[in-house]
Design a protein around this ligand. Structure first.
Ligand code: GLN
Ligand code: ZN
Length: 645
C-alpha cells in the first residue's frame, strides 16, 4: 500500500486461523506494567484477506472470512482480558476502488467482532468519502482518516459522522519527514475541535514505520535544514503540541507559531526555489521525443553496435563483495582517502570487465561497485537533495532503506557517472552500457518535497538525467540503460488518478532519454511487475530495449508483451537472481525458446532478471557461463533469420 513493499500471505481454501503468537499480548502487558495505556493495532480482517494472494487460481479468499473472524475474536477477547479500552483496526483497503462484494462484507464482519473493546476503524493513504454510507453503519466506535494524503475528505466525513463516534484526525504526515506546519493545522482544525470536543483525536496520518526514528540523532544533514524536518519522535511531539493548542492553551498556541517559523523561512529561501530550473521545465515537453522512431533508429543502432542475434548482457550491478563494503565503510569513517577509495572501486570495475570478457558477454557493464544504492548514489551527486546518516526506514519485511530527501529544486552540478563509464569503456572494445537510475524511480524511492508536486520533482530529475545521457553519448558510450523499477509501484491507488500519473511518468522518462541520438541505444529495466495493466505505458517509454523479470513466472509475463505486440526489443530475464539456484544451460535455452515463440527472435535479448549485487561471484560466473552458452545455442538454431524486423 506504500512504495514500501510487504510480504504477501498466501491463502488456501482449507486454512484455519488460531491464536499462535503471543508477542502482541506480551508487549501490551509490558507497556501496561510500565504504566502506559495503550491502543493495540491490528490489521483488519478484510484488508488481510484482500492484500493476500489465493494459492489456488480460482479460490475466493472471502470464503475464509468467517473462519478468520473466529481468530480475530480470540485476539480481541484476550485484549479485553488485559483491560484494553481501545483497539485500532487498520483497513487500508478502504482507500481503494473496492469491489462491492468486499465492501458488503464489512458490515457483518464488524458486527461479529463487536465486543466490549472500542474499535477505531483506521484508514490511510487516501480518501474514504466514497464509502461513508457503508462505513457509518459499521459496529465500531470511531474512524481514523488520513488528512495528509486526502485532506479533501474532512468535510464529508464530518457531515456523516455518527454522533457517538470518535474522529481521529490523521494530520501529522507519517510517511514523510517534513516538519508539520502546526500553526496552520491549529487554524484549520479549530472548528472541528469545537464541533467534536473530546470526540476529536489528533494523530499521525498513518503508522510512523514509514519515517526514520529520531532527527536529534542525525548528524549528516546540512545545518540550515534541520529545522525543516521531523522524524517519528518529533512527530509524536507535534501531535501532543497540536492537541494542546486545540485545547486553547495559549502557551501551546504560541509554541505552534514558533515551531512553524522555519517553514515560513523555507518558503522564501532562494536555495530552494531556483527560477532557472523552473524556466527550463517550461520547455521540457518539447524535449520528450527522440529524433527518429524506433523503426528508423534500429538500423542505425545495429550498424553502430554490430551485435549478434540474442545479444547477452546483465542488468548493471555485480556482486557487492565484502571488500567493496569494507572500502566504503573505511572511506565513510575517514580511514582511507578519497583517492584510495577511488582506486579500490576502479580495481573492481577492472575486475568486472575482465570477468565479463572471459564470460563472452556481448554488452558489458561497469558493475556499480561505487554505488551504495541506486538512488542514494544519484541523490548525493545532485543539488536539491539531502542524504542522512541514520534515516533508515523498514522496507519489505526486515530490510531497510535510507531514502534521500528532496529539499530544493534539483540540478546536476557535474556529470555523475561519466568517469566510471569512460574508465570501464576504456578497458574493452565491446560496448559498455552507461547505467542510470530513472527519474520516476529516484522520485518514488526518496522522501519528496511537499511544496511542489511529485510530477514537478520528476521533471526536474528528468532534465538532470537528460544532460547525463548526453554527456555519456558524447564520451562514446553507445548504450545507456535508465532503470525504472519503481514505475509500476508509483501508480496511485485509485484508477481515476492512474492515467495522469502514467502520462507524466512516461513523459519524464522520455525527457530523460530524449537527448539520445538515433544510434545511441536506450535500455530500461523493470523488476517484477504485473505489466498487463501498464503495458501501453511501458511501450510509450519508447526505450530501444527493455529488460524485465520473467524467469520466476516461467515467461508467463511475456503474455502482456505478446498480446500488446510490443514493438521494441525485450530481454526477458532468464536467471532469477533472487534465488540461490544456478540455472542450467538447458533451462535457460528452454526459457529462451519459449520467449522466441512469443517475441520475434531479432528483438530478443538474453540477460538475468535483475542486478547481481546480492549474489557472489562464484555462482554468478557459473550462471552467466550457462546463459552465454544458451544464447549461442539459440543463435545457431535461428541462424537462418535475416536481421530485420
Ligand atoms: N541497475 C540496477 C542493478 O543492477 C538495477 C536494480 C533494480 O532493478 N532494482 O542493480
Ligand atoms: Zn531489477
Amino acid at each position: 500500500m506504500t512504495n514500501y513493499h510487504y510480504i504477501v500471505p498466501e491463502f488456501h481454501a482449507d486454512d484455519r486461523f488460531t491464536l499462535a503468537w503471543s508477542q502482541l499480548f506480551d508487549e501490551v502487558s509490558e507497556a501496561q506494567t510500565l504504566g502506559y495505556q495503550v491502543k493495540p493495532v491490528l490489521l483488519g480482517p478484510l484488508s488481510y484477506l484482500y492484500l493476500g494472494k489465493s494459492a489456488e487460481p480460482d479460490f475466493d479468499r472471502l470464503t475464509l472470512l468467517p473462519r478468520l473472524l473466529v481468530g480475530y475474536q480470540a485476539v480481541l477477547a484476550k485484549l479485553s482480558q488485559l483491560g484494553i479500552e481501545w483497539v485500532q483496526i487498520d483497513e487500508p483497503i478502504l482507500a481503494l476502488d473496492l469491489e462491492s462484494k468486499w465492501q458488503d462484507a464489512f458490515k457483518l464482519a464488524y458486527q461479529i467482532l463487536r465486543c466490549d473493546i472500542n474499535v477505531l476503524l483506521t484508514t490511510y493513504f487516501g480518501a474514504v468519502n466514497d464509502k461513508l454510507s457503508m462505513l457509518t453503519q459499521l459496529a465500531v466506535d470511531g474512524l481514523h482518516i488520513d488528512l495528509s494524503a486526502a485532506p479533501e475528505q474532512l468535510n464529508s466525513v464530518l457531515a456523516a459522522l455518527p454522533e457517538d463516534w470518535v474522529l481521529s484526525l490523521g494530520i501529522i504526515n507519517g510517511r514523510n519527514i517534513w516538519r508539520a506546519d502546526l500553526a496552520h493545522y491549529a487554524e484549520r482544525l479549530r472548528d472541528v475541535k469545537t464541533q467534536l470536543g473530546a470526540r476529536c483525536w489528533i494523530a499521525s496520518s498513518c503508522s510512523l514505520l514509514h519515517s526514520p526514528v529520531d532527527l536529534s540523532q542525525e548528524n549528516g544533514l546540512d545545518p540550515t535544514t534541520y529545522s525543516w524536518f521531523a522524524f517519528a519522535k518529533q512527530k509524536m511531539d507535534e501531535i501532543a503540541l497540536l492537541h494542546d493548542a486545540l485545547e486553547q492553551e495559549n502557551d501551546a498556541q504560541r509554541a505552534c507559531e514558533q515551531y512553524s517559523a522555519p517553514l515560513r523561512q523555507r518558503e522564501q529561501a532562494s536555495e530552494v526555489h531556483k527560477p532557472h530550473i523552473r524556466a527550463r521545465l517550461n520547455d521540457a515537453n518539447a524535449l520528450s521525443e527522440r529524433a527518429l522512431s524506433y523503426a528508423e533508429r534500429v538500423s542505425q543502432q545495429r550498424s553502430a553496435l554490430n551485435l549478434p542475434l540474442f545479444p547477452t548482457t546483465t542488468i548493471g550491478s555485480f556482486p557487492q563483495t565484502d571488500a567493496i563494503r569494507r572500502a566504503r565503510r573505511e572511506h565513510r569513517l575517514g580511514l582511507i582517502t578519497d583517492a584510495q577509495y577511488q582506486d579500490a572501486m576502479q580495481s573492481n570495475v577492472h575486475d568486472a570487465i575482465q570477468r565479463q570478457e572471459q564470460l563472452g558477454l556481448d554488452v558489458l557493464v561497469h558493475g556499480e561497485a561505487e554505488r551504495n544504492d541506486m538512488v542514494e548514489y544519484f541523490a548525493e551527486r545532485l543539488e536539491g537533495f539531502q542524504t542522512t546518516q541514520l534515516g533508515w526506514v523498514q522496507s519489505y519485511g526486515s530490510r531497510c532503506v535510507k531514502p534521500a530527501i528532496v529539499v530544493a529544486d534539483i540540478e546536476r552540478p557535474a556529470a555523475m557517472t561519466l568517469d566510471w563509464a569512460q574508465y570501464a569503456q576504456s578497458l574493452s572494445v565491446k560496448p559498455v552500457k552507461g547505467m542510470l537510475t530513472g527519474p520516476v524511480t529516484i522520485m518514488c524511492w526518496t522522501f519528496p518535497r511537499e511544496d511542489i508536486s511529485r510530477q514537478q520533482i520528476t521533471e526536474q530529475l528528468a532534465l538532470a538525467l537528460r544532460d547525463e545521457v548526453d554527456d555519456l553519448q558524447r564520451a562514446g558510450i553507445g548504450i545507456i540503460q535508465i532503470d525504472e523499477p519503481a514505475l509500476r509501484e508509483g501508480l496511485p491507488l485509485r484508477h481515476q488518478a492512474q492515467s495522469d500519473y502514467l502520462n507524466w511518468a512516461v513523459n519524464a522518462f522520455k525527457v530523460a532519454s530524449g537527448s539520445a541520438w538515433p544510434q545511441t541505444q536506450i535500455h530500461t529495466h523493470m523488476c517484477y511487475s504485473d505489466f498487463n495493466q501498464i503495458i501501453d505505458s511501458v511501450a510509450a517509454l519508447d526505450a530501444d530495449v527493455i529488460t524485465i523479470e520473467t524467469s520466476r513466472s516461467n515467461m508467463a509475463l511475456l503474455h502482456a508483451f505478446e498480446e500488446f505486440d510490443y514493438p521494441n526489443e525485450i530481454g526477458p530475464g532468464v536467471y532469477d537472481i533472487h534465488s540461490p539456484n544456478i540455472p542450467s544451460q538447458e533451462w535457460i535455452e528452454a526459457l529462451l525458446t519459449k520467449a522466441a515463440q512469443r517475441i520475434a527472435p531479432q528483438r530478443l535479448w538474453v540477460n538475468p532478471d535483475c542486478g547481481l549485487k546480492t549474489r557472489c561471484w562464484e555462482e554468478t560466473e557459473v550462471a552467466l557461463t550457462n546463459m552465454v552458452a544458451a544464447a549461442k545455442a539459440l543463435r545457431e538454431q535461428y541462424a537462418a533469420y535475416p536481421l530485420s524486423n
